[in-house]
Design a protein around this ligand. Structure first.
Ligand code: FAD
Length: 397
């Protein structure tokens, strides 16, 4: 018995085709909404390079078994077998050429092949264990089965029906839940820390970003990705990636020049110590390595606009170098569940068997997909986790 999001439908299709009798129950009017909205409508359905290093979890080894048994290559084969054309965008990210709807249609077709019964919208009222069976009371009657698979996803996007139901059921049956937190989410800043950068909303620039640190919940990260300035703060792939590692009260670090591609890397001293630059205006020098609007904003911030480089004191140059290569700034917070793509935390992997996704505490109770304390990096890894965890669960039912 299931829920009908990405992992629920996928797992149901696989299990049905293994000859299992499957019923999918979901409270949503329309199934697969998270898939439909994903990847800008084209669904970044997996990543060619998906591997355990692309996941955050208190137990980093937990994903290994499922990912090894159902790697991205397997899902790509399935997509190709359904005649869905796709392309690689960036760092192994695979998107449908046409529409995310094709992935939803594929999942329904797989369910249909496995003679899966899908019932929605249905409200689940309670789940109880009755001897060897599970009794699921719904507003459409009582269902009994040998196994229940919880696949209600994470908390992002409450507007399309996200709930904490899997986490509630986990707690009801004695499993630990790691406190959930939004991730792959833009970060907000106070006016004081952000200064004049809010005037640059819409500007995107490749940067090197770092967040977290050793000993923190998910350790430290470093990404070379695009950063987007917005009215509320920072977004874009760089910041979304870093948001999972960032902890409240801690700074993030941005090297605005770190993603400049030069053989041997870019050395800031080239810019600062170049004799030819002495007679140039500060903002002109900055604009040789940064977008013009950002160069102007930095020069304004430091009171350097209109000043020749030769007139800038050593101390000011040092401060500018620090700003350009290691801007250490404390976000005020995240934009929350409404804007998050994924959830950090969830059902504690300590209480699950990574080979089957079954609860170690209850016979016949499984947790798969985004409700588990496994969160992927941006780039198709979250769907890959859904497919992999759904696949191993289906084999074990
Ligand atoms: C805007 C956006 C874009 C994204 N883009 C990508 C992307 O391109 N690539 C990628 O890898 N990941 C992406 N993600 C993340 C990805 O969508 C999730 O990781 C994935 O959908 C998780 O699958 P799931 O089946 O566990 O949960 P979901 O797909 O969220 O499915 C959960 C299902 O459970 C149902 N449900 C919830 N509560 C109840 C209840 N109480 N009773 C009955 N049913 C219930 C819901 O109706 C839903 O059908 C994106 C997420 C967002 C929000």
């Amino acid at each position: 018995m299931w829920r009908g999001g990405a992992v629920g439908l996928f797992c149901a299709g696989v299990a049905g085709q293994l000859g299992k009798n499957i019923l999918v129950l979901d409270h949503a009017e329309i199934l697969g909404e998270n898939i439909r909205n994903s990847g800008g409508g084209r669904c970044n359905f997996t990543n060619l390079h998906s591997s355990p290093v692309n996941f955050l979890s208190l137990n980093q080894h937990f994903v290994k078994s499922a990912l090894a048994r159902y790697p991205s290559a397997e899902f790509i084969k399935l997509v190709a077998a359904h005649g869905i054309d796709f392309h690689e965008k960036h760092q192994g990210q695979l998107f449908c050429d046409d529409s995310a709807k094709q992935i939803i249609e594929m999942l329904f077709a797989e369910c249909s092949k496995g003679k899966v019964t899908i019932r929605n919208p249905v409200t689940i009222k309670s789940i109880q264990q009755e001897g060897d069976l599970w009794a699921v009371a719904t507003d459409d009657g009582l269902e009994k089965s040998r196994a229940v698979v919880m696949a209600t996803g994470g908390l992002p996007v409450p507007a399309i029906g996200a709930t904490a139901y899997s986490l509630d059921i986990a707690k009801q049956f004695g499993l630990n839940v790691i406190a959930p937190r939004p991730a792959l989410v833009p970060l907000s800043f106070t006016a004081e820390t952000f200064g004049n950068l809010n005037e640059l909303a819409g500007l995107s620039i490749p940067v090197r970003i770092a967040a977290g640190s050793k000993g923190r919940r998910y350790g430290a990260c470093r990404f070379n990705e695009d950063l987007l300035l917005t009215h509320k703060g920072l977004s874009g792939p760089a910041v979304l990636q870093a948001s999972g590692y960032w902890e409240e009260g801690e700074p993030i670090h941005i090297d605005w020049l770190g993603a400049i591609e030069r053989p041997g890397g870019f050395n800031c001293d080239e810019l600062f110590n170049n004799e030819e630059n002495r007679v140039k205006l500060s903002e002109t020098i900055l604009a040789s390595v940064l977008p013009q609007r950002l160069a102007k904003a930095f020069a304004d911030q430091r009171g350097l606009t209109g000043r020749k480089w030769a007139e800038v004191s050593k101390k000011d140059r040092q401060a500018l170098k620090e700003l350009l290569t290691n801007w250490s700034v404390k976000p005020a917070g995240t934009l929350g569940w409404k804007k998050a793509e994924v959830m950090l935390g969830g059902v504690d992997t300590k209480d699950l068997d990574g080979q089957t996704m079954i609860s170690r505490k209850n016979r016949g109770l499984f947790f798969i997909g985004a409700c588990v304390d496994v969160t992927g990096h941006l780039g198709g890894h979250n769907f890959q986790w859904a497919w992999a965890s759904g696949f191993v669960c289906a084999q074990a039912l």
